[in-house]
Design a protein. Sequence first.
Length: 129
Amino acid sequence: MGTFSEYLECRWVGVVNDRVMWELLQPLTYTTDSNETIVVPAGFQTDLATTPRVLWWWIPPDWKYSKAAVIHDYLIVTGEKPWDEANTIFHQGIRDLGVRGVKNTLMYWSVCFWRWFKLNVLRKKVVAK
């Protein structure tokens, strides 16, 4: 199993491009199953977990999954890992935070679907304008 640093300490930044943003006040670390350590530096800004409102009854946008979401955001924003690796690390991270079974699988496939949607739907809308 992978391990996260004990605390996720951040402060509310405000709403940026319709997203509520937070800033890390101290580094967040995650050591993966393969013993790779990922460090998100203090000052990194994230929206924590982007969860569609329709799913809040089952996957609330709370702090339970935030550590894995911050690691995922960092890997994607910085390009430190390709999407597929970042998604796999997110999958492992939520498992290490206690998310099991169907919920774990749904959350993993949601981040995979979001990438596909951004590349195949949103990008086409922007190009068409």
